[in-house]
Design a protein around this ligand. Structure first.
Ligand code: IFM
Length: 465
């Protein structure tokens, strides 16, 4: 049977984010975040929940480090909650806020696990939102100060920094589609927010490089990327796929790697009336040069592709092209081939120095059986197929250096509340008990061998106990 063996030094990890797991909202002077406010607004979260307790990781982090140690992973990606560090968003820095992450970093390092620290995973301090949030340049300035505060405290030990997680989500889901905090529906505001997120990335890179002193320190950003396929060979559908690619993928990749926004995508926005005139009025001299500062790595979050057709007005409309059984609980198609294509494209068109897959995983309807086991065979198949695609991309020359499963734990899935489970560990939110799913056993074997058999199902069956 064929095997997929990953190169020596390949990093295996799992990922989480502060707001989705920590809870402890009222502890040690943490300030309010835009997600606290958003979740408190009736109708915003599908199950009416919030993240005030979530996985109670704020109190159970030692237990969670034990889970990582049991999995045998060499890396753990987590985010720092800005409202814990600067409760007002700027100004006073909370030492007790920093203490929490300081202790976590030490515990990880004691267990031989490298911390990958994300500075922003969507929990903007509410006081900054009250003054305009990401639609203002001031928030980018505040972010650079926050980056400095974190780097000064953790930078002697943290070797991997991610400035932002998925700026498209923060900008577009938050400001154009209204599905994420702060819940606005203004396409022009979303473009301003996207620019200020990228600008704040640039300033944070500078701050981290100045203040993070660990010798191997690397700085990058994580983007959520999805290949866009036309629903048919029709010219209009191909153009709709180009349009989607421009606003979703290239709107971030081009400024970061080429120092410019993609012209065709800007033209699409002008046509839609999202921009005043034919220009990007919020871009100032020097911004794009700063945004294109070379990165040590690109973080890639991959979940699925999109299939796009041209709507009546030519606008891209996302289509579902596969039966329900081939979708995850999020309604996303299982399409591992897309990961291969994406990685190869990134290497060819943007040449990042290194790539880490900083998130990949799936929500399925997990159930505990009568013997207390969670046989999440579909998740194992999903992860297996995506790892096989990643392995193929490495063989094709992609500088992929690590892979992080989303997620370590079932957690607060934003507007879906607790209804979507992505974890390798089941979390019983009533008792906070963590139970390893079969995928955790499977991943542990993959990590130990730094590879896996060619065939997922046979591996799975052997592991079921
Ligand atoms: O849970 C999210 C995460 O916060 C960001 N990337 C996608 C995940 C699944 O939706």
């Amino acid at each position: 049977m064929s095997r997929h063996t990953f190169p020596r030094g390949f990093l295996w990890g799992t990922a989480t984010s502060a707001h989705q797991i920590e809870g402890g909202f009222a502890e040690n002077g943490r300030g309010e975040s835009i997600w606290d406010r958003f979740a408190a607004t009736p109708g915003r979260i599908s199950d009416g929940s919030d993240a005030s307790v979530a996985c109670d990781h704020y109190h159970r982090w030692r237990e969670d480090v034990d889970l990582l140690q049991w999995l045998g992973v060499g890396a753990y990606r987590f985010s720092v909650a800005w409202p814990r560090i600067m409760p007002a968003g700027r100004g006073r820095v909370s030492d007790t806020g920093l203490d929490f992450y300081d202790a976590l970093v030490d515990a990880l390092l004691d267990n031989g696990i490298r911390p990958f620290v994300t500075l922003y995973h969507w929990d903007l301090p509410q006081p900054l939102q009250d003054r305009g949030g990401w639609s203002t340049r001031d928030t980018a300035t505040a972010f650079a100060d926050y980056a400095t505060a974190v780097a000064r405290r953790l930078g002697d030990r943290v070797g991997h920094w991610i400035t932002h997680n998925e700026p498209w989500c923060a900008a577009s889901l938050g400001h154009e589609m209204g599905e994420h905090a702060p819940g606005h529906r203004d396409a022009g505001e979303a473009l301003r927010a996207a620019h200020h997120l990228l600008l704040s990335h640039a300033w944070a890179v500078e701050a981290l490089r100045a203040d993070a002193t660990a010798t191997d320190a690397e700085v990058g950003i994580t983007l959520n990327l999805a290949p866009a396929w036309p629903a048919s060979p029709r010219e209009a559908d191909r153009d709709a796929a180009r349009h989607f690619d421009g606003s979703f993928n290239r709107w971030y990749l081009d400024p970061l790697f080429r120092g410019s926004y993609p012209e065709d995508a800007v033209a699409d926005r002008v046509r839609r009336g999202d921009l005043e005139g034919h220009d990007l009025p919020f871009v100032r001299a020097g911004d794009l040069q700063a945004i294109a500062t070379p990165l040590d790595f690109l973080g890639v979050n991959y979940y699925s592709r999109v299939v796009v057709r041209a709507g009546a007005d030519g606008e891209p409309v996302v289509e579902r092209v596969v039966p329900q059984e081939e979708l995850t609980e999020m309604g996303w198609e299982v399409f591992p081939q897309g990961l291969y294509e994406l990685l190869v494209r990134l290497e060819r068109e943007y040449r990042p120095a290194k790539i880490y897959i900083t998130e990949n995983g799936a929500a399925f309807r997990d159930e505990i059986d009568t013997s207390g086991e969670i046989s999440d065979v579909r998740r194992i198949d999903y992860l297996h197929a995506h790892l096989a695609a990643a392995h193929r991309a490495i063989s094709a020359g992609v500088p992929l250096q690590g892979y992080f499963v989303w997620s370590l734990l079932d957690n607060f899935e934003w507007a879906h509340g607790y209804t979507k489970r992505f974890g390798l560990y089941w979390v019983d939110f009533a008792t906070q008990r963590r139970i390893a799913k079969q995928s955790a056993f499977w991943y542990r074997d993959v990590v130990a061998a730094s590879g896996m058999d060619g065939d997922a199902r046979s591996t799975t069956v052997r592991r079921l106990r």
